[in-house]
Design a protein around this ligand. Structure first.
Ligand SMILES: Nc1ncnc2c1ncn2[C@@H]1O[C@H](COP(=O)(O)OP(=O)(O)OP(=O)(O)O)[C@@H](O)[C@H]1O
Ligand SMILES: [Mg+2]
Length: 221
């Protein structure tokens, strides 16, 4: 079953000679429960595509459907609800709140919608990502790998329809990048969580169920 369908997606930036075709007719389906890696040269449109799937930006043309929701018809407020209820984001720079503890950071998106996690799932995720002993630490007291494990827990805890990760190991040394990605892969497999991850690291991309390559705003296999 496909959880994401992208059809003829176009996004152009600028005008005339300076126009950049960031997305130039992208068709893509993402299978539920699978780990898809997106690779491609800098500027090929990877982040633009991920942002469209996550409802962070709107296309000029084409369609994005995520878990039965067609994003084209949604107004800004509805997109915010979509993001909160359906998407977990993981970024290169972790995007944690420095003044909140590890526990508060993980719970932050849920708290926005006034909900609390399933206690069993909470225990499992915290164990799986080796965060149990660090609940009261602040992000600044953790290594880069530790901070990214917090961001991953935060993305997973709401059991979103899809987790979108934009170069999650980009700020980590290769060893901790491998460790973090190993844990991410194990968590998505354990919970049949759909994951789309951008990476420049071909070795890490090989850990995915499927590798999608972008070139000049299009999918090239
Ligand atoms: N907000 C924007 N305004 C103008 N141009 C943009 C904007 N966002 C992206 N672009 C351009 O669109 C193209 C695709 O950008 P995008 O960030 O999607 O590439 P990318 O594949 O993620 O690259 P990288 O690997 O460097 O992160 C680039 O030429 C970029 O400069
Ligand atoms: Mg990018």
């Amino acid at each position: 079953m496909d959880i994401v369908t992208v059809h003829n997606l176009k996004k152009y930036f600028g005008k005339g000679e300076n126009q950049v075709k960031a997305l130039d007719g992208v068709d893509l389906t993402v299978e539920k429960g699978k780990f898809t890696a997106v690779i491609g040269a800098s500027g090929s449109g990877k982040t633009t595509l991920l942002n469209m799937i996550g409802g962070l930006d709107t296309p000029d043309e084409g369609e994005v459907v995520v878990d039965g929701v067609n994003l084209s018809g949604l107004k800004e407020k509805e997109l915010a609800v979509f993001r909160r209820s359906k998407v977990g984001f993981v970024y290169q720079n972790f995007n944690l709140v420095p003044t909140l503890t590890v526990k508060e950071n993980i719970l932050f998106p849920l708290s926005l919608s006034g909900s609390t996690p399933d206690p069993v799932f909470w225990e499992e995720i915290v164990e799986l990502l080796h965060l149990k002993e660090r609940m009261n630490a602040f992000p600044g007291q953790l290594s880069g790998g530790g901070q990214q494990r917090v961001a991953i827990a935060r993305a997973l805890i709401s059991k979103p329809a899809i987790v979108l990760a934009d170069e999650p190991t980009g700020n980590l040394d290769s060893r901790s990048g491998q460790n973090v990605l190993g844990l991410l892969k194990m968590s998505v497999e354990t919970y049949h969580q759909t994951l789309v991850m951008i990476t420049h690291n071909l070795e890490l991309a090989q850990m995915a169920d499927r590798v999608v390559r972008m070139e000049d705003g299009r999918i090239r296999g």
